[in-house]
Write a protein that binds this ligand. Structure first.
Ligand SMILES: [Zn+2]
Length: 153
């Protein structure tokens, strides 16, 4: 999945990492002849790459960035009290991840943007990926809530 570069940082050994809008990072090493990224070695070069996209395999694998923190939890919904919007295709904002927690019953989680589908039940958490279309479908009686995550301040 393509994600724009929002900033750069150095790892503990001084190699440059591109920080992507999803919260994941990726090394952008200049290691000729294997990887030629002369631009990564200068401030000017790095600035010129802001906004360009890189493929993020972590997003495709639904990996919520480890350092992200919860900032909002919805009330518990049921098959009849959940906001109608949850059952239509929608997305979260850039950089906003979520977990769908089912406490009772079953909920089908359609991750339409990635052509995947999961049946959630207590003990099975659904991961919502930023900006990827998804919706939920109650399978009979269900109780669930959604917990949102973002980068720490
Ligand atoms: Zn990502």
């Amino acid at each position: 999945m393509k994600r724009p570069i929002i900033s750069f940082a150095q790892d503990t050994v001084g190699d440059w990492l591109a920080q992507l809008s999803c919260g994941h990072t990726q090394h952008v090493r200049h290691q000729p002849p294997f990887q030629s990224r002369l631009w990564a070695t200068t401030e000017e070069g790095r600035q010129s790459k802001l906004g360009q996209t890189l493929d993020c395999p972590y997003c495709e694998r639904l990996e919520l960035p480890e350092h992200f923190v919860p900032f909002h939890q919805t009330p518990e919904f049921t098959e009849s009290t959940g906001p109608a919007g949850l059952q239509k295709d929608h997305t979260t904002k850039p950089g906003v991840w979520a977990k769908i927690w089912v406490t009772e019953g079953a909920l089908r989680y359609h991750l339409d943007g990635l052509n995947q589908r999961f049946d959630l039940a207590p003990g099975t958490v659904g991961v919502v990926v930023p900006e990827v279309l998804h919706h939920v479908e109650p399978l009979g009686q269900v109780r669930f809530s959604v917990e949102f995550y973002k980068a720490p301040e």
